[in-house]
Design a protein around this ligand. Structure first.
Ligand code: FAD
Ligand code: FES
Length: 348
């Protein structure tokens, strides 16, 4: 290194005192992940707020995406987004570490499309076959990035559980004009090879927690929750689970048979479908799914909450749920933000 080359910055976490180096122009999250330090994250593009942490000492800058997920109050409180912030000199960060996924190797793998199945007119189930003799170690709820030409990537939650070692199941919703989902609905063939990286993210079921579980999914946000519920059942974890699933119409509830089966196997499982565009004759819940959950729970302090799906749902619910008493430690989410198509930085 020349005498004038920019030097790596030391990042120290509080309260753990764990320290790691960040290269010039490396985000705090990318630096942490590279050195086996797992900080919470989801979208990696500055919009979901999962990676929010507090800057206790030092300065950061945002050379990639602006920190859109930070409000004025957050900025005043010294909050930064680890997936976008780059250290300007040594920094101290107040941040939670997620030990459970820190040891899982993140791998790039090919997979063969084994089946493509319509779940609704705009949701497809993909089953991807992993290479013979190779398995992906992951925790139920995590996601993978499908790797596309030109360095683009698209995140998809794994809908299957780690117990299924040969296949990975994805639920893909069609997006009008969508580069990848357009291909899934018009062109993808059984036998096609896709490449992916994973497992990614810190949205996974906390099997050790004694708390009753509230789950909330919007659309294909059901996918990781399905994996989590099946994993809980497989682990013999019989805590009460209430699943809220928000979709437009009844036909979008694409896993009713599976949900009936879960209800038969689990002694305390409740399913609350919520339709935003209810069909004539629907006598169930209507409106925004997070409002249905809030209407049923004045106080959320006692729960472990998992939610996934459209960014607007996750964003609105996050604020409202925190106001109802759940702590950040017990509120877990993946926000299905769409990719900005910039070269990958954090987590790459
Ligand atoms: C952690 C994570 C997990 C995810 N898991 C899933 C999953 O399990 N299932 C799933 O279906 N999706 C999931 N997504 C979303 C997925 O990664 C893609 O963003 C989405 O499928 C669109 O990709 P695309 O290439 O088809 O569209 P793009 O080519 O990225 O987008 C095309 C156009 O549509 C817009 N757009 C993209 N997505 C949306 C949207 N949802 N609503 C409105 N406009 C949009 C874009 O701004 C762009 O203008 C997840 C996202 C994240 C971050
Ligand atoms: S805002 Fe950083 S991971 Fe989503």
């Amino acid at each position: 290194m020349s005498a004038h080359a920019p030097k790596p910055a030391t990042v120290t976490l509080s309260p753990s005192h764990r320290a790691f180096d960040a290269q010039p122009d490396e985000t705090l999250l990318a630096a942490a992940l590279r050195q086996g330090v797992m900080l919470p994250y989801s979208c990696k593009n500055g919009t979901c707020a999962s990676c929010k942490c507090r800057l206790v000492e030092g300065r950061v800058r945002y050379p990639f995406n602006p920190p859109d997920a930070l409000g004025a109050d957050d900025v005043a409180d010294g909050q930064v987004l680890a997936c976008q912030a780059v250290a300007d000199g040594p920094v101290v960060l107040e941040a939670r570490e997620i030990e459970q996924v820190a040891d899982l190797p993140v791998r790039m793998m090919p997979a063969r499309v084994e089946s493509i199945e319509d779940l609704t007119p705009d949701v497809r189930r993909l089953r991807l076959k992993l290479p013979r003799g190779q398995r992906l170690q992951f925790l139920a709820g995590q996601y993978i990035d499908i790797l596309l030409p030109g360095g683009k990537r698209r995140a998809f939650s794994i809908a299957s559980t780690p117990a299924e070692t040969d296949f990975i199941e994805l639920h893909v919703k069609y997006v009008d004009g969508g580069g990848f989902t357009g291909h899934v609905f018009d062109g993808m063939q059984v036998g096609e090879i896709v490449r992916f990286e994973g497992p990614l993210g810190t949205f996974f079921v906390r099997l050790g927690s004694p708390r009753p579980i509230l789950m909330m999914g919007g659309g294909t946000g059901f996918a990781p929750l399905k994996a989590m519920i099946e994993d809980l059942l497989a682990a013999g974890d019989d805590r009460p689970i209430t699943l809220y699933w928000g979709v437009r119409t009844e036909a979008d509830l694409y896993a009713k048979a599976l949900i009936d089966e879960i209800a038969e196997r689990h002694h305390d499982f409740r399913f609350v479908p919520v339709l935003s565009e209810p069909d004539a004759g629907w006598d169930g819940r209507t409106g925004f799914v997070h409002e249905a959950l809030l209407a049923d729970h004045r106080n959320l302090t006692a729960y472990e909450i998992y939610m996934s799906g459209p960014p607007a749902m996750v964003h609105g619910a996050r604020t409202a749920f925190l106001e109802r008493g759940v702590s950040e430690d017990h509120l877990h989410y993946d926000s299905f933000d769409f990719a900005p198509d910039v070269p990958p930085q954090a987590g790459a």
